[in-house]
Design a protein around this ligand. Sequence first.
Ligand SMILES: Cc1ncc(C[n+]2csc(CCOP(=O)(O)OP(=O)(O)O)c2C)c(N)n1
Ligand SMILES: [Mg+2]
Length: 558
Amino acid sequence: MANICDNPVETAADEAATVMTTAEAVVATLIAHGLDTVYALPGVQNDLLFEALFGASNRLRTVHTRHEQGAAYMALGAALATGKPQAYAVVPGPGLLNSAAALLTAYSMNAPVLGLIGQIPDADIGRHLGHLHEIRDQAGIIRRLVDHTVLIRKPEVAARAAALALRAMRTGRPGPAVLECPIDVWGKSGPVTPQQPLPVPAKRIDRDAIRKAARRLGAAKRPLIVCGGGAQDAAPEVTALSAMLQAPVLGYRRGRGVLDSRDPLSVTLPLGRELWGETDVVLAVGTRLLIQLRQWGIDRDLAVIRVDADPEEPARLYKPAVALIGDAKPVLQKLIAELPAHNAKRPSRKAEMQERQAAWRGRLGKLAPQLAYLEAIRAELPEDGIFVDEVTQMGFVARLAFPVFKPRTFLSPGYQDNLGWGFATALGVQHARRDVPVVAISGDGGFMFTANEMATAVYHRIPLVTVVFNDGAFGNVRRIQQERFGNHLIASDLANPDFVAFANSFGAEGVRAKSPEDLRAALKRAFAHRDGPTLIEVPVPAMPSPWEFIQMPKIRGA
Ligand SMILES: Cc1ncc(C[n+]2csc(CCOP(=O)(O)OP(=O)(O)O)c2C)c(N)n1
Ligand SMILES: [Mg+2]
């Protein structure tokens, strides 16, 4: 991601220029970059943007939501599901702030989301006159949320500003960007040079570092690979390296699905921690490695090799033995080419891993209520179907035990872990990937954050299947209050609507499932219904705690 680029960008007028409005220039640039949808909620500052979107509606669809957070979460979901840039448009001030939790999540997840944010009249920015939706230092607020933001002040610079933002979103560590545009600038006309995608500068891969890494890994006795979200586009490479090194691949949350769960070398928590305790060389791909380094510990007997798009990342917490800077796919391809010259002969670890996986499955048995429902979902969700996780009892266990077969099919909200992201994000996932079934799970607490977007799902006929596990509580908080605070229950019991009637009142399918078998049958019907959304309510009692398997103690170092 490039640094803040605050200045309007100048382009030389040339003969290719055509007269158009700022809004038309931005819309044309989005189309030239392959975007096909803008998730949006309109308002007077952006009227001329919507006028341009109207004019381009056969090439760029506008999908409107019922709250700005819904628009931004949908763009995030579409970005996560496709790996491609996605855009949302909202009014300034409250519109921006309503979208901020999703923008923050996009930043934490390195997701390429472009925010198109309105502004008050250009000449009045910073004058505190009390314009509609005026907010103090909007650009400053945005700068705290994203790395790249530009205020567009005239049509001549608009196409290039959009192209630079879209390039910044794919450069280095990917991430969101924002374009602000004042109410009186969207409609201004001027000569605009059409802007094709700008090439992303190719990163030179350090050959010496590749050789060093290959030597270390080749000589390792018990190598381990740890994957984060940055490895999602390098699944074939990680799979090949895992086989060459007979190295288990640990993916938790954002790294799930990089190595197929059916491979005995594919592990999650808590077996991953046990392996972390034994390993001598770790290859960490596109992960901050925070849990491992902070929770599980590190010592001198463990050499860490980091692969990261962000040159700042590898040494942030702990100096690695080798840092390989670049996108995971090309870096790992080089490593795969170099490794055979250094690699030890390695017997298969299949039988050992199968045994250890089975032992941990046994210990996870105390989570049987959650596991039974997750098994029902896995049985009905096709291999390439997408599972959208939430901050709920079912989600916590899914992160540990839901089998994931392909990259980008298990979407979990990263380190924000923000309650309420799931339903609206999943709507964006399903909207961008109409070709596969998508299931969103949530608790009664999380679902109600964006439940209003059921109207969006119905209006745009988005066939998302949402399973709401209803325990009448912020269950996670409630259990902590019971277990750690002497049953001092406060702010954790909830009054809920009848979720089936709620869905039906929007014209959506609504069903209640009272057992894992019921859920399976309901899912089968829901996945067959492709013309609109289905909500499945599952009433559940309080669930056994998964935390002993997630917040595990140190296993290395002092
Ligand atoms: C934005 C945000 N606010 C608050 C929290 C704290 N929090 C974590 S879990 C939880 C309760 C979740 O309740 P529910 O969605 O019903 O799931 P359950 O635990 O009951 O399965 C809360 C409030 C959070 N993670 N994110
Ligand atoms: Mg709940």
